[in-house]
Ligand binder design. Structure first.
Ligand code: FE
Length: 344
């Protein structure tokens, strides 16, 4: 159902206040062909209501002819900033960038963040943004999970469906995504609510079973029969199962890139206002599937790049898979038990 402009202005004000936007600062709103007009118009009002200066920077789309879907998170190639010195200069000179076009990770984006500019991605439809407005409490909870990961040497994930995956940790810093940007140089995504890290390169091993009801993104489907992934030396080396396994295999093979099969980010969902079932209510092109990525107690893993965390691996292919009903252990201590977060 639609939300009112008033609700969206209030939602933006909350996000901007949590992001410590102050009068006199400069905000640049990045837009593109897929930017939602209500999200944009209400962001413009909310920024001005705080007394900040607001700019718009509209950038052309890229990669449309290469990507196999319209999902903005499905294809990680060059961005509209690649070689675009004027745009980069404008963003570096801004205190805050509101990314309403999906810039995604790139050397240029990391360069902008290093200049101290904050970047907040917000591209889900307005009603999803309004339902999942972040809170200070979200931040506390996600930071606590990040802290637990920071001290661990191994993440071990098991499930009754057959998942048994071991991921040595320590090479990469854990990341907290809680939906706002309260520190200089911080990137975040509204909506979110999860903590994640990356296994030491080339070390994850075991088996992942994507069970009935689990979700594959960007396919945005609920799996109807189990898909089994064999993981050796940090890479998926075999994909077994029925038609969904074949669809996943064929899709990944189109990238013709062995790095597509690397185990990427691993972590768990901590957002009680996100729901496993929501994806089933939406047309697939109407959402990125952030409910699926953030719902409380999932084990979310990804296949593809690790450059977000400072690793060397880039690949255009990006698969995210939230699993239900997993146990997640850090150095033998359960942090999620059968899909329930153990932090209370
Ligand atoms: Fe991912």
């Amino acid at each position: 159902m639609p939300v009112s402009d008033y609700q969206m202005v209030e939602a933006w004000k909350q996000v901007l206040t949590l992001s410590r936007l102050e009068a006199g600062q400069t905000v640049t709103i990045l837009t593109g062909p897929a930017t939602h007009p209500q999200t944009l118009s209400t962001a413009l009002i909310a920024v001005q209501s705080i007394g900040a200066t607001v700019n718009r920077l509209d950038l052309p789309p890229v990669n449309g002819e290469k990507a196999l879907s319209r999902d903005a998170l499905a294809y990680l190639g060059t961005t509209a900033l690649t070689g675009n010195r004027a745009a980069i200069a404008a963003l570096k000179a801004s205190d805050l960038v509101l990314d309403l076009m999906t810039l995604l990770f790139s050397p240029e984006q990391l360069d902008i963040l290093r200049a101290g500019t904050k970047i907040l991605l917000a591209v889900e439809p307005p009603e999803i943004l309004a339902r999942l407005v972040p809170t200070a409490g979200d931040r506390e909870r996600v930071l606590a999970a990040q802290q637990r990961i920071a001290g661990a040497r191994q993440m071990h994930i098991v499930s009754a469906a057959g998942t048994d995956l071991r991921c040595p940790l320590g090479e990469f810093q854990p990341i907290a995504e809680y939906g706002f940007v309260d520190e200089p140089g911080r990137w975040d995504h509204w909506p979110s609510g999860f903590a994640l890290t990356f296994p030491n390169d080339g070390t994850a091993h075991g088996r992942i079973v994507i069970d009935r009801g689990d979700i594959i993104l960007p396919q945005k489907c609920y799996v109807r029969e189990p898909v089994q992934l064999t993981v050796e030396g940090g890479y998926v080396t075999q994909i077994d199962g029925g038609i969904e396994a074949e669809l996943l295999s064929e899709y990944m093979a189109t990238f013709d890139d062995k790095e597509a099969y690397a185990i990427s980010h691993i972590g768990w969902g901590l957002q009680p206002r996100a729901h496993w079932s929501t994806l089933g209510l939406y047309d697939r092109e109407a959402t990125l599937g952030m409910d699926a990525r953030a719902f409380e107690g999932n084990f979310l893993f990804s296949l593809g790049p690790n450059n977000e965390a400072g690793g060397n691996r880039t690949t255009a292919c990006h698969i995210d898979v939230p699993l239900r009903h997993c146990d997640v252990f850090l150095d033998g201590e359960a942090v999620v038990r059968n899909g329930v977060v153990l932090d209370h």
